[in-house]
Design a protein around this ligand. Sequence first.
Ligand SMILES: [Fe+2]
Ligand SMILES: [Fe+2]
Length: 291
Amino acid sequence: MAAGSIGNIREEVARIETLGTLPKVMTRIMDLVRDPEADALDLAQAISRDPALTLKLLRLVNSAAYGLHRRIMTVPDAVVVLGFDEVERLALSITVIDCLGLDRDSVKLTRQLWRHSLACSVACSVFELRYVTLMPNLRGAHVAGLLHDIGKAVLMQHFPNVYAGALQLAEADAYGICEAEQEVLDGYTHADVGRWVAEQWDLPHALAEAIGGHHEPDIDTIDEPLAHVTHIVDALCNTFGIHSGPGTSGEDINPKSIAMLPIDDDLAAAVRAQLNRHKNLISAVSAGAMF
Ligand SMILES: [Fe+2]
Ligand SMILES: [Fe+2]
């Protein structure tokens, strides 16, 4: 196949061997996310069973970019100092990045993408906290935030020539990223690719819907709070300048999403405060500390 062209994109994604199955540790962590009975010890044990993950996690939280003032020697120690959600977010990010085969030489755009994904995850946690009692289906929203653009990571990593064409179109400002992707991917977008990967990994249906629907949360087949919250935080983070690349600004928040998850001043302030609180982590990712 000539560089810059693509056959059946869905089949080609299904053939990527490194995406074949989700690593066991990630499945275990995902189960803990959805289990209200799970505690910090369960999480620490799940992570500690994977020495490579443990090593990377400790290296990241002790990196200069992360900016902690004390040294963290063990995973349980990390859970105590950083909290359940933060450690879980880091463990999932490291595992997904590993699974996608990204490394320290990853291009600036990939780092930008994961910086955006972590910021969306942090922002999702704020909505989760506010609305989960009313909408229990919002449990795990921070995972949806983290993974929502996974299709983009797959396209950048495995179809760089084709994807460069989409980025060029988006950079020319004539297109939003989804339209640009549709031009070069037979009408599909990174959201579709992300949904296929989520299905291939047997992720929960609601999560696959959130990933597949984060740019179009109002289409008939999608009625998932997770899709709506992911759509909202994606737009918010883009507005705050923590975007995932060309063609990502200017997407309006869907009225149906706002109706489901109203944003008042307190909520908007809490999102900003949490992003600010996590700015070291977000800049550590930009600096490549996670790869
Ligand atoms: Fe997206
Ligand atoms: Fe995004």
